[in-house]
Design a binder for this molecule. Structure first.
Ligand SMILES: [Zn+2]
Length: 103
């Protein structure tokens, strides 16, 4: 069994969640692998041990009205992306990404 430790950041609270403990940790591990380690909001790599706190992993609920962080409703993002998108729509977020990625 893998023993990767994932640092999950939520509301600026850093928690180290071991693989062996709890459904939430298993979901985070499986989600990270399912996303190939990429941020669900910007499609760039999420480092597991970043020096830059803005690149830390953050759990984002796909449906914010659903308070459950389960497989269906949880995706992993960079902390900065999660905080930046906040309650904006997907279209608003994509418009922002298009702007900052202009050459
Ligand atoms: Zn991102």
């Amino acid at each position: 069994m893998k023993t990767i430790r994932i640092r999950v950041v939520q509301n600026s609270l850093v928690r180290l969640i071991p693989w062996e403990v709890g459904q939430e940790a298993i979901t985070a591990e499986r989600r990270w692998e399912a996303q190939d380690g990429m941020c669900a909001l910007c499609d760039r790599p999420i480092p597991l041990e970043p020096e830059n706190k803005l690149l830390q992993m953050s759990q984002d609920r796909t449906d914010s009205a659903n308070l459950t962080y389960d497989w269906q409703n949880m995706r992993l993002t960079h902390l900065a992306c999660n905080l930046g998108k906040s309650d904006a729509t997907v279209d608003e977020w994509l418009g922002y990404l298009a702007l900052i990625r202009q050459a």
